[in-house]
Design a protein around this ligand. Structure first.
Ligand SMILES: [Ca+2]
Ligand SMILES: [Ca+2]
Length: 237
């Protein structure tokens, strides 16, 4: 029955002039349409078969074709990436930071000495204000000393002059009583205050020195404008 209906539809679609009836086909006789109509139907079936084969071929070739295109694009991407990397290497001369690091390293070696576990520069000749000392330490390749323990103080004790004061990096000039380390930008955590210090005498003592007026080095807050020796430290080696 399906084949019969299919033939009927084909005859209508392709303009077959004959009139194909169900009874005619059931009798398997070509009495009305004749050999011409039967040949036309065979031609249509042949064309349809060829079309179906082409569709199957297209469906079979589709996925592999897409995969092939993807593989080509991936290959192009890899080549482009390799070319960009090569260009980047050609356009990048020796990093300027290397030269700068070398200069700073030489400056530190020239000015600082290893005392304990750190590198220090102890100025016992030229006196400066706290801010002057801050700048000087920076120029030397370091910063004002940031003492973190008694061991740090013990390491430099023998290098200090008697009855002298040395600037270190602690200050409360930004907020009274809140002592910070300008080297780290954080609250100072280690203190070795002298007797009755810090006293913020005259409401104006905002910078901290390490002095030897009482023998062993101790800390004292004092006017930042005083001119004192200073101790620098370097974190770089
Ligand atoms: Ca103060
Ligand atoms: Ca004081």
């Amino acid at each position: 029955m399906e084949y019969t209906v299919f033939l009927l539809l084909l005859s209508i679609s392709f303009g077959c002039s004959c009139s194909i009836s169900t009874s005619f086909l059931e009798d398997e006789q070509l009495s009305q349409c004749g050999q011409y109509c039967f040949s036309a139907v065979q031609t249509c079936l042949s064309q349809l078969e060829n079309t179906l084969k082409r569709v199957e071929l297209c469906e079979a070739a589709g996925p592999s074709d897409i995969l092939g295109r993807i593989a080509q694009l991936e290959e192009i991407g890899r080549n482009t990436q390799a070319e960009l990397l090569q260009l980047k290497q050609q356009m990048s001369p020796t990093p300027p930071g290397n030269t700068l690091s070398t200069e700073i390293g030489e400056k530190i070696k020239r000015n600082f000495q290893k005392l304990g576990s750190k590198l220090f520069y102890i100025e016992s000749t030229d006196r400066k204000t706290w801010h002057g000392a801050l700048q000087r330490c920076y120029d030397l390749g370091g910063h004002l000393a940031s003492f973190q323990s008694q061991e740090d103080i013990d390491a430099i004790d023998g290098k200090l002059k008697e009855y002298s004061g040395y600037w270190i990096d602690v200050t409360d000039q930004y907020k009274e009583g809140a002592f910070v380390s300008v080297s780290t930008g954080l609250n100072a955590t280690f203190f070795k205050w002298g007797p009755d210090e810090p006293n913020n005498a005259g409401d104006g003592e905002h910078c901290v020195e390490l002095h030897t007026f009482e023998g062993a080095p101790v800390m004292n807050d004092i006017l930042c404008s005083h001119r004192k020796f200073f101790i620098c430290e370097s974190s770089l080696i």
